[in-house]
Design a protein around this ligand. Structure first.
Ligand code: IMP
Length: 183
């Protein structure tokens, strides 16, 4: 995509395509070490995690399986409602599996706390979380996030899977959206 079309909507590029890929490669090496000798199921959270999942998964030099869930916690606005609904459940039975939830961003952590307790109730061998981005508020959440790409300031960001009203997901970089777009 020619990003100049939306340039006026972004106030700042936080992470370039290269920075994102380099960080995902580092995370993949850590994950490979941590899961050595154990099977691994990546669970992506639609739709935002599509890009992270695709690029993280391709960094592995080992077998991984992938499955997807779609949950909804956001309306058309920019703040979490805390209400979570399953729109699409996993196809896989995760009983006895090592599950690594792959997320794009954690803001309040409400969505993820709910998701982790939901998945944990299905009898997996382990459940861990990998997120590309984490906002400050998320550090207060009770769930431990083992793999974090970048800790970012509390601003609304778009690109690389992250949307505002379903747009900007296809940007290769992550940037802050100018307040005039959503206020
Ligand atoms: P939480 O429940 O507040 O952690 O919200 C998590 C979900 O909200 C993420 O998976 C995103 O879909 C969405 N979200 C949170 N912050 C942003 C943002 O800055 N830009 C776009 N979507 C966001």
């Amino acid at each position: 995509m020619d990003e100049s079309h939306v340039e006026g909507d972004l106030v700042d590029i936080l992470y370039s395509e290269k920075q994102i890929q380099d960080r995902l490669a580092e995370l993949a090496r850590r994950i490979e070490d941590d899961y050595e000798g154990r099977e691994l199921l990546l669970v992506g959270v639609l739709k935002g995690a599509v890009m992270v999942m695709a690029d993280l998964a391709r960094q592995f030099n080992r077998h991984v399986e992938m499955d997807w869930m779609a949950i909804s916690s956001y309306g058309a606005g920019t703040k979490s409602s805390g209400v979570v609904r399953i729109l699409k459940d996993l196809d896989t039975d995760i009983n006895g599996r090592n599950v690594l939830v792959v997320e794009d961003i954690i803001d309040t952590g409400l969505t993820l706390s709910w998701l982790v307790s939901n998945l944990s109730s299905r009898g997996p061998a382990s459940v861990e979380i990998c997120t590309l981005l984490r906002k400050p508020e998320a550090q207060q959440m009770s769930v431990d996030v083992k793999y974090v790409g970048y800790d970012i300031p509390d601003a609304f960001v778009v690109g690389y899977g992250l949307d505002f009203n379903e747009k900007y997901r296809n940007l290769r970089s992550v940037g802050t959206l100018a307040p005039h777009v959503y206020s």
